[in-house]
Design a protein around this ligand. Structure first.
Ligand code: UD1
Length: 480
């Protein structure tokens, strides 16, 4: 109980009932937003990458590669999850989505880093470009994750550039305020991972943050393991953020429909301050300096379960698009200074609370009864940032999370999206695709999955020498 009280910043001696009251308060606060207004980001808040000129993007890319060549870029992959929803009882990163190569999600990610290192080496005529990789696991998938990397010889990366660290597991409490113990076990308390926001404690306490400092890393790209299209350590994104000297960069895609399960970037303003700022007479009589009278709106993320139906469906009459449409794809670039700030203030991140009406399985742990699920979220740290870049990218190029075994966000959808993207890249680079005989008449629906592994191309560029004038068939894997 003391551990939970501590996590919730309550007094040590708090009872189960007091903890339950606090959890109910946090839950209501997140949902009702009694004390804050949320407002959509506007066009001025977002850089739309597809509207930037090629020369601007090329400039950012060169600058990003230069930072990579100096070893100043690292990736933190959030891999503290099992693929339970995929019907896969192993770390999610080990999952094979059924591509011709049968590469796992981890392999895809590591090969992208290898590709960028090689590109930076050849661009700057060096041989030392290194992107350090920090892999966050939870306690139950730490050992299998490490073994998977070892079995696959770290997918071509050096073992010295990979740092594994664990997030914390916290006790589970039920509706009556009792900490739950394993049934028929040795009275051990049941624990579940503390959400991806547990990364700050994990980095600080495992020595990973010190390791970043020792290696003079300047930019840290946080990515989810489940998005197979993620452009980890994207030099364009890094170049842009470095040039704009921001604390933090976030990639977004446009939300597909009101009910899509994605978090939305927005502004949050304390209601009291918002209303005081709208009454200028009161403002002028206030003795505080002018700056302090402005409502302190903060850049934030609101998760889909914490949005009202009205907010989800609200349409911007000027554009005809959803007002809250800057969807989080879990691609966050932190400057090292900002990461230090977040790690120092990690205890201020509030827990997000959901009520589980019946037993469930979380990361291989069976949680019985009616319980509270408590998670910290990385995006809550964004309110600490002074300068942020929000960069809109194309969903069909960069966002394809693999979360469910069927339906939306499933491996089948991911394969189809990759097929579309890769076919486009092949044709643009002068290659041809021969569709199977039986599906020629209905070409749009035909399956012709030609794989472009990340070693060959990271983003569709530098592909011509491998595809121009060649014909590819279903199941081919393009190689160098
Ligand atoms: C997350 C985002 C959501 C975004 C969506 C895009 C957060 C809080 N929410 O939601 O805004 O639109 O992805 O796909 O970031 N993980 C851990 N430890 C944990 C829990 C999760 O490492 O305790 C990792 C998972 O392995 C995964 C990532 O965090 O890589 C996202 O986790 P998940 O719980 O699937 O997030 P979503 O609810 O989909």
């Amino acid at each position: 109980m003391e551990e939970l009280a501590n996590e919730l910043n309550l007094k040590k001696s708090s009872s189960g009932n007091e903890i339950v009251s606090e959890l109910e308060r946090l839950k209501a606060e997140a949902m009702l937003k009694n004390d804050v207004c949320i407002e959509p980001l506007t066009g001025d808040d977002i850089s739309i990458l597809s509207q930037c000129s090629n020369s601007t993007k090329e400039g950012w890319r060169t600058h990003g590669l230069e930072l990579i060549s100096r070893g100043e870029v690292a990736v933190v992959v959030l891999a503290g999850g099992l693929g339970t929803r995929l019907g896969f009882d192993h770390p999610k990163g080990c999952y094979d989505i059924g591509l011709p190569s049968h590469s796992s999600l981890f392999q895809y990610m590591c090969e992208k880093l290898l590709h960028l290192e090689e590109t930076a080496n050849s661009r700057f005529s060096i041989n030392s470009a290194t992107i350090n990789l920090y892999v966050m696991t939870n306690k139950s998938n730490a050992a299998p994750t490490k073994s998977f990397f070892e079995e696959h010889k770290f997918f071509g990366l050096k073992s010295s550039q990979i740092f594994f660290f664990c997030q914390e597991n916290i006790p589970v409490i039920d509706y009556e305020g009792n900490v739950i113990q394993e049934e028929g076990g040795h009275g051990d308390v049941i624990r579940t991972p503390n959400g991806n926001g547990g990364v700050f404690k994990g980095l600080a306490e495992s020595g990973a943050l010190d390791d970043m400092d020792t290696k003079h890393i300047q930019w840290i790209h946080f990515v989810g393991i489940d998005n197979i299209m993620i452009r980890c350590a994207d030099p364009v994104f890094i170049g842009l953020c470095d040039e704009k000297k921001v604390d933090l960069g976030n990639k977004v895609v446009r939300k597909m429909n009101p009910t899509e399960s994605v978090g939305i970037f927005c502004w949050k303003t304390p209601k009291e301050e918002a209303s005081s700022s709208s009454t200028p007479s009161e403002q002028s009589s206030s003795p505080s300096p002018k700056e302090e009278q402005k409502p302190k709106r903060r850049y934030c993320l609101t998760e889909y379960i914490e949005m009202t139906d009205e907010e989800k469906h609200r349409v911007d009459s000027a554009t005809g698009r959803l007002s809250f449409s800057a969807a989080n794809i879990l691609s966050h670039l932190f400057s090292i200074h900002f990461l230090h700030k977040c790690c120092e203030q990690r205890n201020q991140l509030k827990y997000h609370v959901t009520k589980k009406e019946k037993g469930y399985v979380c990361e291989g742990v069976s949680v019985p009864g009616k319980t509270y699920k408590m998670e910290k979220f990385i995006p809550d740290s964004f309110a600490l940032a002074d300068k942020v870049a929000t960069v809109e990218v194309l969903r069909e190029e960069e966002f394809c999370p693999v979360k469910n075994s069927t339906g939306s966000d499933s491996p089948a959808v991911a394969r189809a999206m990759l097929q579309n993207l890769w076919n486009k890249w092949i044709i643009a680079a002068g290659g041809k695709i021969e569709f199977p005989e039986e599906s020629k008449e209905k070409q749009e629906e035909s399956i012709c999955l030609v794989e472009i592994p990340p070693q060959v191309s990271y983003d569709g560029s530098e592909l011509e020498e491998y595809v121009k004038g060649k014909v590819f068939h279903h199941g081919d894997i393009i190689s160098k």
